[in-house]
Write a protein that binds this ligand. Structure first.
Ligand code: GDP
Ligand code: ZN
Length: 458
């Protein structure tokens, strides 16, 4: 158990009006008190109270900043340790000044995720909740944040706990049957057992179904926009970005500076791939040829193919239309404000069941229908209700699949009338796989690995 006192800036550093510095650990109140000048000593403060005052530079006694200090005594705190939060002015100078003063007064700079790690180690939250905090910090849309929030609140944990409890009850029944075959007060018949194990399998399947949706919320939909030069790709990108506030993420360290741009389409984060290329008026086909755009398409979750309403189909168009048939794609016929030259009937024949949308980006028409079509493709019925529980974390998905496998083994064992103690082993394995999701008996290094993904101050 770690028992030192840690400190870090817990708000984003930058333009924010105020910044919060969080201190947690047994010495947090006395450490802050040595720097604090206010009406009374913080040592006498009641728990969960806010105090106005100043933080002074310990050596010179100069004022670093005017602050509000919140004192929270354990155990009703995020880390279940004594926590002090110092709200100061948001500029770099006061924030760094206060933090440095804390470090010189005996606090240690927290590692990324260390506050959340302590919350986990002290039993305040379980592992799946801690991981949800990571997702929350990284989420790209409100909707994604809500999904993460639900997990942070412990919805997935509750589901998993209930499943484990059911398995445990079965194991208890089995143990009685195996160890005391003559004792048949409430005998677990093979049929009854089979029914219950199958129903657990179904529940795990239900969670796994949400995984695709969860992944979408978490990582965004990898989207490519393709089409001949001048058809309106940049215009579409700009229209989507304008309406939905693009979030641009640069990924350093790649051979070329790939820019990822997220736009929020009805709560779904679209990750627009290779937008740098489009922005530079190069278009994918011209630059890399139809052959290689095949590969780009394979890596995409969504392909938007633009056609020009004012020009007849050419060979490039036809090739692209054939190419996208095996993908999740939407055909966008743009420039409908111009005189028609395109044979829309031929296009429909070529694309079969794929959705076709008509737009005039110039006159700002059709974008709504396009967003509707995107949302139809990726939001399954259940996903429309904001309350559903999603599994989005790769580790959780893997463990659920493992548990499903264990349950399957148990089912097959019962069906082929294997000895019940063999079935017991499969069920125990399922119980353990599920346990790893919430962090029951998780190895130390895995815990470190998970928490190292956090940013500083969380
Ligand atoms: P890209 O080469 O595919 O990226 O095409 P751009 O987005 O750069 O657009 C090429 C030209 O078509 C620009 O001059 C746009 O203003 C124009 N354009 C885009 N959408 C429309 C539209 O719906 N109608 C008309 N008339 N022009 C459009
Ligand atoms: Zn362009």
């Amino acid at each position: 158990m770690e028992t030192d006192t840690i400190a870090a800036i817990s708000t984003p550093v930058g333009e924010a009006g105020i910044a919060v510095i969080r201190v947690s650990g047994p010495e947090s109140i006395p450490i802050v008190d040595t720097l604090y000048k206010g009406k009374a000593s913080l040592k006498e403060a009641d728990t969960h109270t806010v105090h106005y005052g100043h933080i002074l530079e310990p050596k010179s006694g100069d004022t670093i900043d005017e602050v509000l200090v919140t004192v929270m005594k354990k155990p009703r705190t995020f880390t279940r340790e004594d926590v002090v939060e110092i709200s100061c002015h948001g500029g770099m100078v006061p924030v760094q000044g206060v933090l440095e003063a804390l470090l010189s007064a005996g606090a240690r700079l927290a590692e990324p995720g260390e506050f959340t790690k302590r919350a986990f180690l002290n039993g305040r939250i379980d592992l799946s909740q801690a991981e949800a905090v990571i997702d929350l910090i990284r989420s790209k849309t409100d909707r994604a944040a809500r999904v993460a929030m639900h997990q942070a609140e412990g919805r997935l944990s509750r589901l998993v706990r209930r499943l484990r409890q059911e398995i445990l009850e079965m194991l208890a029944h089995l143990a009685v049957n195996v160890d005391y075959p003559e004792y048949d007060a409430e005998e677990m018949t093979a049929q009854l057992l089979l029914d219950r194990v199958r129903s657990i399998g179904k529940e795990i399947d239900g969670l796994l179904v949400t995984a695709r949706q969860g992944k979408i919320f978490r990582e965004g939909i990898a989207t490519v926009i393709i089409g001949r030069p001048n058809v309106g790709k940049s215009s579409l990108l700009n229209a989507l970005a304008q309406e939905n506030k693009a979030i641009v993420t640069e990924i350093p360290g790649t051979t070329r500076d790939v820019i990822e741009e997220y736009v929020n389409v009805r709560g779904i984060p679209l990750r627009l791939v290779d937008t740098a290329g489009i922005r530079e008026t190069e278009d994918v086909v011209e630059r890399i040829g139809v052959e290689r755009s095949h590969q780009a398409l394979n890596e995409a979750d969504l392909v938007l193919l633009l056609l020009n309403y004012a020009e007849p189909l050419d060979e490039d168009d036809r090739q692209l239309l054939r190419l996208i048939r095996e993908h999740s794609a939407i055909v966008v016929v743009n420039k409908t404000d111009l005189e028609p030259e395109l044979d829309v009937g031929e296009v429909k024949e070529l694309i079969g069941d794929l959705p076709l949308i008509t737009t005039s980006l110039k006159e700002e028409r059709g974008l709504d229908q396009l967003e509707e079509a995107i949302s139809d493709l990726f939001m399954e019925g259940k996903a429309r209700s904001a309350d559903a529980t999603y599994v989005s974390n790769a580790r959780h998905i893997h463990l659920l699949q493992q548990a499903r496998q264990n349950v399957d083994d148990a089912i097959r064992g019962i069906e082929s009338e294997m000895p019940l103690d063999m079935v017991e082993i499969d069920l125990k394995n399922a119980w353990e796989s599920l346990g790893e999701i919430i962090g029951d008996a998780v190895a130390e290094d895995l815990i470190d690995q998970i928490f190292s993904q956090f940013c500083l101050g969380k």
